[in-house]
Design a protein around this ligand. Structure first.
Ligand SMILES: [Zn+2]
Length: 321
């Protein structure tokens, strides 16, 4: 039984990575097509609502507490190769949230790094060990200083290990983006890994996007360059992120901007500026990536607004099955 007293409200299910026996290797949190089918059974097929229907019901206040929709972030090719056949088979129309720098040949390094960690290291902790060695800094004081944050983060994102959380903290707070990428470049060179070789394996192309749309799935925004902490950007840069994204998607789908109505916040990061920008762009529905009430944001409801609808990470569901 999927629903209990912690998730008894309408929300999205958030998917990222899938694996198969062929091209798409097993990685942290990835699931197979069989896992996806089991997950649908666990939630109950009748509780999974098509994307457009979810949107209409939301606006007509007709969604009940046991209705969810499926959402796929980041335009990762394994979603097309592994998940889409299952979705089509079960006739589940979903949201796909796309960041658009992949169509400029500049995909998010996050995805490339993830793939690199998976194929070049046996365990994720082996990678962390290697990374800290190359970084060569004593991080004890930094971790002590952030102890409360780490404990709190683990509560909000139980699918991360403490080591995952510490690594993300070093990446996002201790290092600048530039310095982080420098270190990753050193490690990739040492391991003789060349990123561009894998772009085709890792990311959607324009045809994938058109195909999804013609099959009746809903395409939405996920920023242009997928910043890890969008809320830290000044208003004008946030605006560029979303304007570029909507422009490129409208071009590829050969549609008007007003047809693009949905979005999810990259890495769950947004602030009031972001919400205003999205309203100005005419976005009608947006998803965050947690299931908690964020009191520090002054939230009164878990689904706090039409641009802050909760999502459950698929990895957390898998653990309960
Ligand atoms: Zn994302």
């Amino acid at each position: 039984m999927y629903f209990n007293n912690t998730n008894n409200f309408f929300h999205g299910i958030m998917f990222h990575h899938f694996h198969d026996e062929k091209l798409h290797v097993k990685s942290q949190g990835s699931i197979s097509s069989d896992d996806l089918s089991s997950l649908v059974k666990f939630i109950g097929r009748k509780n999974i609502i098509d994307a457009e229907v979810f949107y209409e019901k939301y606006y007509n206040k007709k969604l009940n507490n046991r209705e969810v929709c499926f959402t796929f972030d980041d335009a990762i090719k394994c979603q097309i190769d592994v998940a889409l056949p299952v979705l089509e088979d079960l006739k589940i129309k979903s949201f796909f949230f796309i960041y658009t720098s992949i169509f400029d040949g500049k995909p998010d390094n996050l995805e490339v790094y993830r793939y690199f960690r998976t194929i070049c290291f046996e365990k994720i902790d082996d990678f962390y060990f290697y990374f800290y060695k190359v970084l060569g800094k004593d991080l004890k004081f930094f971790f002590d200083e952030n102890e409360k944050f780490i404990i709190n983060r683990k509560k909000i994102c139980p699918y991360y290990s403490i080591e995952d959380i510490k690594f993300r903290l070093v990446r996002d707070k201790f290092l600048s983006k530039n310095n982080y990428e420098k270190i990753m470049n050193i490690i990739m060179k040492e391991k003789k890994f060349s990123p561009s070789k894998y772009y085709k394996t890792l990311f959607f192309d324009k045809k994938d996007l058109k195909r999804l749309s013609s099959l009746g799935h809903s395409i939405g925004l996920h920023s242009h360059s997928h910043p890890t902490l969008l809320e830290s950007l000044p208003n004008n840069l946030q605006k560029i992120e979303y304007e570029k994204c909507i422009g490129i998607l409208a071009d590829i789908l050969e549609t008007s901007r007003s047809e693009i109505k949905f979005m999810s916040h990259p890495c769950g990061s947004y602030n009031n500026d972001t919400l205003e920008i999205l309203k100005e762009l005419g976005i009608k529905m947006g998803f965050k990536q947690i299931m908690n009430l964020e009191q520090d944001r002054g939230m009164k409801n878990i689904n706090n607004s039409f641009l802050e609808i909760a999502r459950q990470d698929h990895a957390d569901i898998m653990k309960r099955m």
